[in-house]
Design a protein around this ligand. Structure first.
Ligand code: DGL
Length: 260
């Protein structure tokens, strides 16, 4: 048993979709969430910058006595995971590797930010477990602002989804990985566009399943009722304002500003 919190971080509020998946699988854990709202987006930044920011956040979470770090951010998972594992001596779980292990398709789609797609992290990871899987990846940079503006179910969202994803309709993919924190919010719009035959894989869900298995196997599960703490690098009210669109319970929490 280990009642220390799990530290989970993202470039901003999107990682709350990953936190939601963790709360479903591991409701008794305590969580400290950090959203780097002052420095987002990560999806259009360079590798060095993303690694540096991710290291700073990890140091902060370690100073809060966490037992495990979860990289909720798809872009930081793609770009900084290896560096973090090399630099810090505690378990770190990203959203890419656990999802890649779950891939059973011979042809699969991946959507994510520009930086994630450019890194080819998904290709590299999926091919470790399924070397013959064909991977079709597309960057969808407009999805993040659409979600943050609260337009997930609007005509704008439908048009953007159609524009980016119609290429998949002509392909033979059987699943589509949602490789960015915000994309699960667009799940209904994406599923409607692609049809029910294509299974949507929420990367945060696979990360949470993996973390559960890891904590169980290592006797690290917490035994108390889950407590949540939130930090953001910009004003906490700004964080709450955007987050309330898709994580309404945020209204009940204080988000503390913490500049790194
Ligand atoms: N959290 C980022 C991701 O999952 C999306 C937002 C950003 O670009 O910072 O890739």
């Amino acid at each position: 048993m280990d009642n220390r919190p799990i530290g989970i971080f993202d470039s901003g509020v999107g990682g709350l979709t990953v936190l939601k998946e963790y709360l479903k699988e591991l409701p008794n854990e305590n969580y400290i969430y950090f959203g780097d709202t002052a420095r987002l987006p990560y999806g259009s930044k360079s590798k060095n910058t993303i690694v540096e920011f991710s290291k700073q956040i990890t140091e902060f979470l370690i100073s809060q006595n966490v037992k495990l770090i979860v990289i909720a951010c798809g872009t930081a998972s793609a770009i900084a995971y290896q560096d973090l594992v090399k630099s810090f001596d505690l378990p770190i779980i990203d959203i890419i590797s656990p999802t890649a292990k779950a891939v059973k398709d011979s042809s699969i789609g991946v959507i994510a930010t520009k930086a994630t797609i450019k890194s080819q992290a998904w290709e590299n990871e999926i091919h470790q477990y399924s070397p013959h899987t064909k991977i079709h990846s597309i960057a969808c940079p407009l999805f993040v602002p659409i979600v943050e503006e609260g337009f997930a179910d609007s005509e704008i969202a439908k048009l953007a989804v159609k524009e980016y994803l119609s290429a998949f309709e002509k392909s033979d993919i059987t699943s589509l990985i949602l490789g960015c924190t915000h994309y699960p919010i667009l799940k209904n719009t994406i599923q409607t566009q692609l049809g029910e035959k294509i299974k949507l894989m929420n990367a945060g869900h696979y990360s949470a399943l993996y973390a559960k298995e890891y904590l169980e196997q290592n006797n690290l599960l917490a035994e108390n009722t889950g407590e949540l703490s939130f930090y953001s690098s910009d004003d906490g009210n700004y964080f709450k304002e955007i987050a309330k669109n898709f994580f309404p319970v945020i209204e009940n929490y204080n988000v503390q500003k913490c500049m790194l």
